[in-house]
Design a protein around this ligand. Sequence first.
Ligand code: SF4
Length: 492
Amino acid sequence: MTPASLRYVAFDQLHDEYGVLRDASPSVDVVVMVESDAILRAADWHPERLYFYRSSARHFAARLEERGFTVHFLRAASTVAGLRLIKDMYPEVPLLATEQSSFRQRERLSSIVDETRESDFFLTPRDEFVTWASSQRSYVMESFYRRQRVRLGALMEGDQPIGGAWNFDKDNRLGPPKQYQWPAPLYFERDAIDKDISAELNYEPSGAWATTREGALAQLNYFLSHHFATFGPYEDAMVADSWSLHHSLLSPYLNIGLLHPREVLDAALRRFDRGDIPIASAEGFVRQLIGWREYVNAMYWWQGPEYQERNGLNATAPLLPVFDDAAATSMACVSSTIRDIDARAWVHHIPRLMVLSNLALLADVNPQAFLAWMRRRFIDAAEWVMVPNVIGMGVHADGGAMMTKPYAAGGAYIDRMSTHCKGCRYNPKLRTGDTACPFTTLYWDFLARHETAFAKNHRMAQQMAGMRRLVDLPEVRARAVTVLDGLNRGEI
Ligand code: SF4
């Protein structure tokens, strides 16, 4: 029988109630999935990431087959080549797809797909964001987030925020607690499909990530039962004895469609309504889900395809050896972060921003080299999330289009927010000498190096004045030369 339509499902659209599957019928529509050699070989991907994507896609295809769908799961030289094969098999049948999640993939598929639907894998329609962004002078996330709270009715009492405030950052930015027992994260057993992929890749996965819808839902429920109430206070903390702290660990599932943000939001609000989740924790989580995540995706499309090439601070240094070798540094915070990424392709937002991106920013690492590294090393990396997070937020390469000032910090911030400095050979309080914290030295040197670029930025005025007051600035700058040289040789 000739099918009514072909429905292409990308590997980051694995939900049968959204995208092209929303109204697909097993009796008349055929599903197409393509494992693209070009994508698999495009980079030296973290094996955990490859395993997660490939196994999740295979499981999803099997799930659709159980529902009665005919699924063509192809391996082809590229996505377009795979879709051509399918179109040759069904020349008269229209091929439908949901809008792809990157400019590049959207462009590639435009020549072959007959009907493209707007993506509904986010909570913010493109028009809604354009309406907001067009009325802004600068794109302050807080203002977007408050609009989202009202629009989505999340943690609202009429037109007022529950708890009497929009923002509980002061409750939610605590350093690590003393003598605290972090609950163990959930680990997942492998099934036959997982084992096949694991064998193909010759890689033993960490067990930290599920590859099925059931596993993703189990992680959501585990978070809501064991971590939601205490998520807020320590969401920015970094500790050496727990890789997951109270984080939800939901971003990989959200970013490939195994969970939809609507169902995560609804589940979190239902859990909050039971009355035992502090508002600061609930607000901190909702902010990440309907604020940051949606804002970053919308900014990716708003800024356009050239945005990822920006290099506003003319940073040209190559990627530092430490990014690919935790042993190439004695900086405890950096080596611990890299080891965690090696182990399971994930660390939470603060080590990403205040350790990795901060290091790249202060060392003038080329933004595109750092962006490529972030994309290949993280399990939840996608172009839409990494481009704004790295170019706009992490290394301030967009000239302030997204964030009005760079997230640059010395060792004092990491000392306050982590347990790393106690076991480090460097001292976060020192900016000169052999035991000076490289972050602290480079922070002041960075401000001096880019004095002209920040001269007119009034949000940087206090930091710039602090730098100019340093009596030992020449020594700091001399030490910075040694630090940068040592980092580039993997000897700091
Ligand atoms: Fe990191 Fe500096 Fe602290 Fe060492 S002293 S852990 S390098 S912030």
